[in-house]
Design a protein around this ligand. Structure first.
Ligand SMILES: [Zn+2]
Ligand SMILES: [Zn+2]
Length: 132
């Protein structure tokens, strides 16, 4: 039985429960994520969309071709990222989970756009872009 993962925005208007067979956790250093979140790096939990049930509907905006970012329409918390590159997945921001400490990243992507002062002190796999 897969364990269930719960999360919510800062005000609680948007929440979700996911019961995935599998999921992944990864840091993204790309400049789009910096703009969309205001943070120097974003950490995502990728879950099959079919395994996610929302309570409250996040607002979505197409930040670039084929990409939709979702946030709480009441408090503005960034909720997720979806792309036609991974059509079956929702990539949730890790900080909105009730227990992010249990979700351990396994890699970094887009390190070619990593901020020069942002130090990575781990042995995780690093990709300058996804796929290389
Ligand atoms: Zn909210
Ligand atoms: Zn990114």
């Amino acid at each position: 039985m897969p364990k269930s993962l719960k999360g919510s925005c800062a005000c609680g208007s948007v929440s979700f429960t996911a019961t995935p067979e599998d999921f992944w956790v990864c840091y993204c250093h790309c400049n789009y994520c910096k703009k969309a979140t205001g943070a120097p790096v974003s950490t995502y939990v990728g879950i099959n969309a079919a395994d996610v049930v929302f309570l409250g509907t996040p607002k979505k905006f197409a930040t670039s071709e084929g990409v939709k970012r979702a946030w709480c329409p009441r408090c503005g918390t960034p909720v997720s990222y979806e792309s036609i590159r991974w059509p079956d997945e929702i990539h949730f921001h890790i900080g909105i989970f009730d227990h992010p400490e249990a979700l351990v990243p396994t890699g970094h992507v887009y390190t070619k756009e990593q901020l020069p002062w942002f130090r990575i002190d781990d042995d995780l796999e690093k990709s300058r872009e996804p796929g290389n």
